[in-house]
Design a protein around this ligand. Structure first.
Ligand code: FES
Ligand code: FES
Length: 228
């Protein structure tokens, strides 16, 4: 009997004598086979099971702050911040796009800087302040000025990229409250919008930067806001 494995991950396809059996990737369970008088059972592990086992083997306790609240998670230290936010903390406003720091959908703030959470390990943010789209507004019943501008300018279309767009734009205005178009384009270049809303995004940022009454709100550190 030959058993074909792909890497160390799982048995998805094996050969019993001359009979080839394919299992369904993504289903958990066992496969009973019979060939030439042999009867046996092979337990099939899905890729998800295998990954989960490895994560449990390597997990480590990491503490960090998210939107003003301290969290401690027990996960593999190499796990990307994006997946800790989404899976451990259920903060699903931060989106997965490419996973290789090329689209900006996963942008969050780490100590006030816009970063791609898909390529930041959880270990790298130990003890640091993370702000996600859920913590951008200064209060639960209040919008960040950029969020209001996004509504006023009807920026979101499918909406998938918008969390990342807002996090990049808010980091820009926090460091440069009156950027010119070149500075806006440079800061937003890494955020891809498949719906092509670049013009409206720039208009919304530009309009927000010119609203003097809202200027002070741009500097509200969402990490210090008590959302309880
Ligand atoms: S998912 Fe992180 S940059 Fe695309
Ligand atoms: S609004 Fe659809 S990808 Fe940007």
């Amino acid at each position: 009997m030959d058993i074909l494995t792909y890497g160390d991950y799982y048995v998805s396809h094996f050969v019993v004598r001359n009979a080839t059996v394919r299992t369904s990737i993504g289903s958990v369970g066992a496969c009973v086979f019979w060939a030439s008088g042999e009867i046996g059972v092979i337990v099939v592990k899905t890729p998800e099971d295998w990954i989960q086992d490895r994560l449990l083997e390597n997990r480590m306790s990491t503490s960090f702050w998210v939107n003003g609240v301290q969290h401690t998670v027990d996960v593999d230290p190499s796990k990307p911040l994006l997946w800790v936010l989404r899976e451990q903390l259920s903060l699903t406003g931060t989106k997965f796009g490419c996973g290789i720091a090329q689209c900006g959908a996963c942008t969050v703030h780490v100590d006030g800087q816009a970063v791609r959470s898909c390529v930041r390990t959880i270990a790298s943010v130990a003890g640091l302040q993370v702000t996600t789209i859920e913590g951008l507004a200064p209060a639960p019943d209040q919008l960040h000025p950029l969020q209001q501008a996004w509504i006023d300018h009807q920026v979101p279309q499918c909406g998938y990229c918008q969390s990342g767009q807002l996090m990049s734009a808010s980091a820009l205005l926090a460091s440069n409250p009156a950027p010119n178009d070149d500075e806006i384009d440079a800061a937003m270049r890494g955020n891809v919008c498949r719906c092509g809303m670049y013009g409206r995004i720039r208009e919304a940022i530009r309009s927000t930067s010119l609203i003097a009454d809202h200027k002070e709100q741009l500097f509200v550190d969402a990490m210090e806001v008590d959302h309880a």
